[in-house]
Design a protein around this ligand. Sequence first.
Ligand SMILES: NC(=O)c1ccc[n+]([C@@H]2O[C@H](COP(=O)([O-])OP(=O)(O)OC[C@H]3O[C@@H](n4cnc5c(N)ncnc54)[C@H](OP(=O)(O)O)[C@@H]3O)[C@@H](O)[C@H]2O)c1
Length: 365
Amino acid sequence: MLPTSDAMLKVAIVGATGVVGQEFIVALDRHPWFSVEAIAASERSAGKRYIDALRDSATGIMKWHQHRPVPEYARDMVVKSVGEIDARDYDLIFTAVETDDARVIEPRLAQHTPVISTAAAFRYEQDVPILIPGINDDHAELLNVQRERRQWQGFIAPLPNCTTTGLAITLKPIMDAFGIERVIMTSLQAVSGAGRSPGVAALDIFDNIIPFIPKEEEKVQVEAKKILGRFTDGRIDDARFRVSCTCTRVPVIDGHTESAFVETSRECEPEDVKQAMLRYSRGVSVRGLPSAPEEYIIVHDDPSRPQPRLDRDTNDGMSTVVGRIRKDTAFERGVKYVLLSHNEKMGSAKGAVLLAEMLKTRELL
Ligand SMILES: NC(=O)c1ccc[n+]([C@@H]2O[C@H](COP(=O)([O-])OP(=O)(O)OC[C@H]3O[C@@H](n4cnc5c(N)ncnc54)[C@H](OP(=O)(O)O)[C@@H]3O)[C@@H](O)[C@H]2O)c1
């Protein structure tokens, strides 16, 4: 493993009080390579101790979304405003803010320091890769192109939308082994994926399914093809297959479930696809990194899995869990399956920390 404790990288978290920011706080607790030196949020929180910024001053209610208590290291840290963050003081900055805020905040920080972002603001720009550690690590080279083109010392490295993550992770072994022509996917997404502001109102989601998540389907359709595209001559050529999806919100707290239909280029049986996924999982590039799961992809034979309540926390939410792989009956060749990916772990903060670890091993940090 790379750095030792005397070579800890100094990191800042922007958006530390939000749903994803809290996951960063937890994912970086006692991290062997990264030390959290600053946390920032909106003006509403700036100047308060972290523990106080999480508390609604009128009601005393704590907006702490995690299963474990606020880590000791973060409780008394004073939250800064973004304006108070001098990027030159840090080796790496994680950002977890809404896209409109990210559009303004991230380039200012990236001029000096690498930024790993959970927001969509820069995902679709030509010199910006959308990275999933273990899936398209070679695209990270585009960060050097970005640096040079923008004359930045840092860069912006965004993760995908959390709904794309599990889909792309399961498509990659299929694409490598059998080729892909078409993908049709319907998601059943957790409420935590909407964040806290504006979030999803309890009155809307209890006893209900909401069949529309603004901009989500477009994001998945574009991002999956970019992530699984080919990096050559300093650019990414999108994968050629077509993607169509329907994204819905369901009354589940954490963990996005997705039903995928994949038309392959070459014949394959469900067992072949299962073996391709397990083979990929065993040989995945990020194996052994501090935040990497023991099993990158898990495939269940039990037809009642994956289920969010049972499977989302496997390997601390870093495994993509697959089940119900079976022959598709509408496509000429292909399979259908169900996957589950933890939207706040592999799908955002802890996935971003794993990305940082991967970039470190490639000497991009
Ligand atoms: N939730 C998920 O599962 C998920 C998954 C993947 C990606 N994402 C993406 O991650 C980002 C954050 O999502 P979230 O769910 O964590 O949102 P959230 O719960 O609404 O949190 C937003 C955070 O941004 C801070 N903030 C707001 N305006 C700011 C400003 N002008 N300057 C600095 N900080 C500001 C907030 O601080 P205050 O507390 O002070 O208001 C809070 O810390 C979004 O782009 C989202 O699309 C979310």
